[in-house]
Design a protein around this ligand. Structure first.
Ligand code: SAH
Ligand code: F3S
Length: 456
């Protein structure tokens, strides 16, 4: 009998891709996906720790899901298996079992391949299962093109983990040391995805620009490790994917200012299928704060890289992340952040209020900023960004843009939605048989976070 898996994903694209891997691993153990929690035999939450008080949210979410289940006249003895994966699982480890007695599976970020084994342990009567090992040489979980859950757009992991240890960030603790996948495998995966009809891939990593720079390449354990040489940089990998994959669109995220170089811009300019979008988080515009964040670059260095992107032959879109209210951030520091945002003119900006994370150095810093001040700064930066964004989006009015039609629009069924090459959302009236193809859309209306238009 097939069993049902309800899988909920929070957080970044890496998590979206990990969920895809988890559902594939569980298909092998007889589980098929359901969107109805109340009919699930296994409820798995893929969690994020970087945004908000995510850890606490996990527990309340499990409570909610349990109530939905009980409302279906199920007796508690038949409760589904509740499992937690992702960064919260990695960081909270076995403490999760103590905080919520319904949790029976805690799966670390490097343990997805172990899912079937751990689930069968639980099914065989062992009350709980956990695997939160992090190793330097952990293997990558590879996913063939024909078992993907996403359509039209696919994710390819190129690096995992992070070695940067920015003073505010928990990722190095939850995702482990940075590892790069072999370029041959990445290129083969990209090719295969193109052959299976995918139109766009996103090369993923916490810091894609340091691809090949740290550690060694790790493939399957049978494969001999290859020493890293200067031969394989991110720019070279990007070039290979562009040339060899046959994909119409290649995007990548996330870039890191210190490792981002002009060579990347040059390669994007040279290859039609490399898209005009770069996500380059700066975090702060103040050199003092950047130092306290241990980001390893100055405001001036960042702006030099931004200038290189703006000087590209292609018309590039730039997005970023910024943190307001980092410990010790003065009004003057914050004004530097505002002025950097104004100078860069981001097409999109994710703004975060600083929140202390366990084990990170910044959590112990003095001079924490009052919540009201964080909120005030957040709103001020957001207001500035909305003005900049109106201008950036306004440029597209009356322009014709290429859109990958990804699906029916949620709000109005006559419309489809998709993304431009510069990663903006576009809605437009469209027959459904165009889903999965690249079309041209003339922009007739500009909204805060999306464009609207008609097919040409
Ligand atoms: N390189 C990674 C960064 C992961 S964290 C990536 O983008 O994939 C994503 C963003 O969350 C960071 O860029 C930062 O702006 C924000 N962030 C991370 N830790 C935070 C914290 N402790 N408080 C507030 N925001 C944080
Ligand atoms: Fe986090 Fe800095 Fe790495 S923000 S993911 S430690 S680059």
């Amino acid at each position: 009998m097939t069993k049902k898996l309800y899988l909920e994903t929070h957080g970044c694209q890496m998590n979206v891709h990990d969920s895809e891997k988890a559902s594939f691993a569980l298909a092998g153990a007889g589980y098929e996906l359901t969107t109805v929690p109340a009919e699930a035999d296994l409820i798995l939450l893929n969690t994020c720790m970087v945004r908000e008080k995510a850890a606490r949210k996990v527990y309340s979410r499990i409570g909610e899901l349990k109530r939905q289940y009980l409302n279906k006249d199920k007796v508690p003895a038949q409760l589904p298996i509740f499992g937690v994966m992702g960064c919260v699982a990695q960081a909270e480890a076995d403490r999760m079992f103590d905080r919520n007695k319904d949790i029976r599976l805690v799966l670390g970020t490097q343990a997805i391949a172990k899912l079937p084994e751990l689930i069968s342990q639980i099914e065989d009567g062992f009350g709980r299962a956990i695997d939160i090992r992090l190793t330097k040489n952990a293997e990558f979980f590879e996913l063939d093109a024909d078992v993907r859950k996403t359509e039209h757009v696919a994710f390819i992991t190129i690096t995992e983990g992070c070695n940067k240890f920015c003073s505010f960030c928990i990722v190095p603790f939850t995702r482990g040391r940075e590892r790069s996948r072999s370029a041959d495998k990445i290129v083969a995966e990209a090719k295969s995805l193109a052959q299976h009809g995918f139109k766009e891939v996103h090369l993923l990593g916490q810091n894609v620009n340091s691809y090949g720079l740290s550690g060694r390449y790790h493939g399957n354990s049978t494969e001999k490790e290859v020493e890293v040489s200067d031969e394989v940089t991110f720019a070279k990998l990007l070039e290979r994917v562009a040339k060899e994959s046959g994909l119409p669109r290649v995007k990548f995220t996330t870039s890191y200012p210190r490792d981002f170089d002009e060579q990347i811009v040059k390669v994007i300019d040279e290859h039609e299928n490399l898209c005009e979008w770069i996500h380059l988080p700066v975090q702060s515009g103040s050199n003092r704060v950047l130092r306290a964040m241990r980001r390893g670059y100055t405001r001036q260095e960042y702006l030099t890289k931004i200038a290189a992107i703006k000087n590209a032959k292609k018309d590039m879109a730039i997005t970023g992340d910024m943190i307001v209210g980092f410990p010790g951030e003065t009004e003057e520091d914050f004004n530097e952040t505002l002025s950097l945002a104004a100078e860069t003119e981001y097409d999109g900006l994710y703004i975060f209020k600083y929140s202390p994370r366990p084990n990170t150095p910044a959590a112990a810093y003095a001079d924490s900023i009052a919540e009201e001040v964080k909120t005030e700064r957040f709103l001020k930066l957001q207001e500035l960004q909305m003005r900049i964004q109106a201008k950036r989006y306004g440029r597209y009015l009356d322009r014709t843009v290429e859109v990958l039609v990804e699906g029916e629009s949620v709000r109005s069924p006559e419309d489809c939605f998709g993304h431009t090459r510069c990663n903006k959302v576009v809605n437009f009236p469209s027959p459904k048989n165009l889903i999965g193809s690249l079309v041209n859309v003339k922009v007739t209306k500009v909204k805060n976070h999306s464009l609207y238009g008609h097919l040409v």
